[in-house]
Design a protein around this ligand. Structure first.
Ligand code: GDD
Ligand code: MG
Length: 403
């Protein structure tokens, strides 16, 4: 679609293809071997952001077990501070974990006034609410953490939810991010995980569902949108709601974002609007640079905390809001979306579908000011030119967390 290259789902044939042979070169091959050293090297340049809000510590630890050691972890929490200071419990727990593993974990609270000040003075007040703090929401935490990862000089940024039951799947997701980046041709690349399956209990037996309930709907509408422009019905989009995704930092700084759980479907909508060549002609530089979207299917099943029916309906609602309000959505699709939401009981008969909050691209942030405002924070040692000038923290040194 214009300057976007959406690849069909790619599959994994070996989780570890051994060290004996070099990576294969790509070219005309349909199966590629990626040497573990290549993947480890990419992981060294990657920050993994773990957004969390009130998750059980056992689950959080499981996620931390799974993230490869080379990655810088940025845990951004929006957990409550009163009456029980859940955030402090998380900080203590992560500190203990770092003590065992010497892993580098930066921990921040989404409502930390220091982050808010850095955003305001750095020229990104859109993320702040009337109290002058970062707004609530998963996307809002992810956006703030993206800027921290940028300040820490990371080339890649990946996201992993904190409520995953299987450390092995977390490990695989990060490996797949690295695999995508090992195959990329463009600096504007994204890797989205298509889960192999989601286990559920149906009539007392384990059932491995292929698609999540939200994804089925989001993918359908995104594919219908693509089909409208290509004239061919398609199922190419399998990862409309991919909470587990990663980007090159260049792409993360280029994209616009939507609030809350709409962030992932909006990536694709934004790419269509900006790089799809639909409403505006593309210049030759954009076409040359192009955007690549890898969708890679994990071999591990995905099992996370159930958050209830209403939560699923809210996620569907958010995803459809951003598709509906896109200038590239044709009238017929808009009507189909309204019909779907009314059928689900999420929208009244004559009610209009409200717009979500959108955030501009992060490229407008003055990074020097952003970093300067945070120079007294403990995690400033990880900034690219932080308090250890010109150096990154050495491997194996004690991790600092912000309290
Ligand atoms: N920092 C922060 N701030 N984290 C949050 C917030 C917030 O306001 N709200 C939720 N989170 C964290 C949760 O603790 C969890 O780790 C992660 O964000 C995902 O939230 P869930 O509530 O578990 O969402 P989900 O599992 O239903 O949906 C996930 O998968 C979808 C794909 O099916 C999300 O990643 C969606 O964005 C994704 O579309
Ligand atoms: Mg979840």
């Amino acid at each position: 679609m214009g300057a976007n290259l959406f690849y069909g789902v790619q599959k994994v044939y070996e989780l570890d293809s051994g060290t004996g042979r070099k990576s294969s070169s790509g070219g005309s091959e349909t199966v590629r071997r990626l040497h573990p050293d290549l993947l480890h090297a990419i992981e060294k340049d990657m920050a993994i952001v773990v957004p969390m809000k009130g998750e059980r510590l056992k689950l959080l630890w499981g996620v931390l077990y799974g993230i490869p050691h080379n990655c810088l972890i940025i845990a951004i929490s929006n957990s409550e501070r009163a009456p029980i200071d859940r955030y402090q419990i998380e900080v203590d727990s992560i500190d203990r974990y770092c003590h065992y593993t010497r892993k580098t974990i930066v921990m921040v609270h989404q409502r930390d006034p220091a982050i808010a000040e850095a955003l305001r003075d750095g020229g990104y007040p859109e993320l702040l609410d009337e109290e002058g703090l970062v707004r609530d929401g998963k996307a809002e935490g992810m956006i703030a953490a993206t800027l921290l990862a940028k300040a820490m000089g990371r080339k890649y940024i990946g996201f992993i939810d904190a409520d995953n039951y299987f450390p092995g799947s977390v490990h695989e997701y990060v490996r797949l991010y690295a695999a995508g980046f090992a195959m990329k041709q463009s600096d504007l690349s994204m890797v989205r995980i298509a889960w192999h399956s989601k286990p559920k209990i149906v009539e007392s037996r384990l059932f491995f569902a292929k698609y999540g309930r939200t994804s089925v709907i989001t993918n359908h509408f995104l594919n219908t949108l693509l089909g409208t422009y290509t004239g061919f019905e398609t199922e190419v989009i399998r990862t409309g709601n991919a909470g587990e995704h990663a980007m090159t930092m260049d792409l993360a700084m280029t994209l616009g974002y939507a609030s809350g759980y709409a962030i992932e479907p909006y990536h694709l909508i934004y790419m269509l609007e900006r790089f799809g060549g639909i409403s505006q002609d593309l210049d030759s530089d954009t076409i040359r640079r192009h955007v690549e979207v890898f969708q890679i299917e994990s071999r591990n099943p995905h099992l996370h905390e159930g958050k209830g029916e209403e939560h699923v309906e809210r996620m569907i609602f958010s995803a459809l809001q951003v598709i509906y309000h896109s200038p590239v959505a044709p009238q017929s699709l808009k009507e189909e979306i309204l019909e779907e939401l009314r059928r689900r009981g999420s929208l009244g008969k004559n009610e209009e579908l409200p717009r979500r909050t959108y955030y501009p691209a992060l490229s407008k942030v003055n990074m020097d000011v952003f970093v300067k405002r945070l120079e007294n924070e403990k995690y400033a040692v990880h900034f690219e030119n932080g308090s250890t000038p010109g150096k990154r923290r050495k491997k194996g040194t004690r991790t600092k967390t912000r309290k």
